[in-house]
Design a protein around this ligand. Structure first.
Ligand SMILES: [Mg+2]
Length: 239
């Protein structure tokens, strides 16, 4: 005869998670997830290739005639790669990131709205790992960003330029917050639950990859409405 413990059953998820010894490990991507990267990269792009940010034409004003005729905006970014959705060439995009790194601008990126507080609050229930495809040459700036961010317990939990799937498997990570479609699908196909922050670059239903994502039971989209992404993530994870 089985005895159903009604009091345990009716415990809110929040309580159960607290008693589980923080064993649920979650991976958190940086750019586009914890960090609001695009606005500053685009500011840099406009400074170098479109307008300078005092609204004067830059020395690259030829690009304006060939291109959009106006500075780039966040909503122009509908593909993961800038050279696929703006008039910028791959070389120009590389140059933008090179200058961005040289001028140590990774240090002054903004966190996504509410991300810092919620990342800290989630630590009561989850063991968090931060993972980025940023190259090793910006490691110091990225650590500096964490130091100034107010995010707690990131030390020894930050990896660069590695294969997220391999790291997730090695560290037994069972959930992942990600915005890149290819990475999300790869993680999901390996049984990792993905919270996919919904962006134009991961939501073009004409692409086969996106059709697979939209059907995958391990991938759940997180929208930036009616609340922002992070309050919606928090609600999914602890409410
Ligand atoms: Mg990302």
């Amino acid at each position: 005869m089985s005895v159903i413990n009604l009091s345990a059953k009716s415990k809110p998820l929040e309580e159960l998670l607290k008693t589980s010894g923080n064993i649920i490990k979650i991976g958190i991507d940086l750019d586009g997830c914890a960090v609001d990267t695009n606005p500053m990269i685009l500011y840099q792009a406009n400074e170098m290739y479109y307008f300078d940010n005092n609204k004067k034409y830059s020395k690259y004003d030829k690009k304006i005639r060939e291109g959009l005729g106006r500075p780039l905006r966040v909503d122009d970014i509908i593909r993961f790669r800038y050279d696929e959705c703006t008039p910028l060439s791959k070389e120009e995009v590389d140059e933008i990131f090179k200058v961005f790194a040289e001028e140590k601008k990774f240090l002054s990126l903004n966190p996504m709205p509410y991300a810092v507080d919620i990342i800290n609050r989630l630590q009561e229930f989850y063991d968090e790992y931060f993972m980025t495809a940023r190259p090793g040459n910006v490691e110091e700036q990225t650590i500096g960003w964490f130091e100034n961010s107010g995010i707690r317990n990131y030390e020894n939990k930050l990896t660069f330029n590695g294969n997220k799937l391999e790291i997730a498997k090695t560290d037994n990570i069972s959930k992942f917050i990600e915005d890149r479609a290819e990475t999300a699908l790869e993680l999901a196909e390996n049984n990792i639950n993905v919270l996919l922050l919904n962006y134009p670059w991961n939501n073009d239903p004409k692409q086969e990859l996106i059709q697979k994502i939209n059907k995958h039971p391990k991938i759940e989209r997180i929208y930036n409405s009616p609340m922002a992404y992070w309050p919606n993530i928090e609600e999914k994870l602890i409410k």
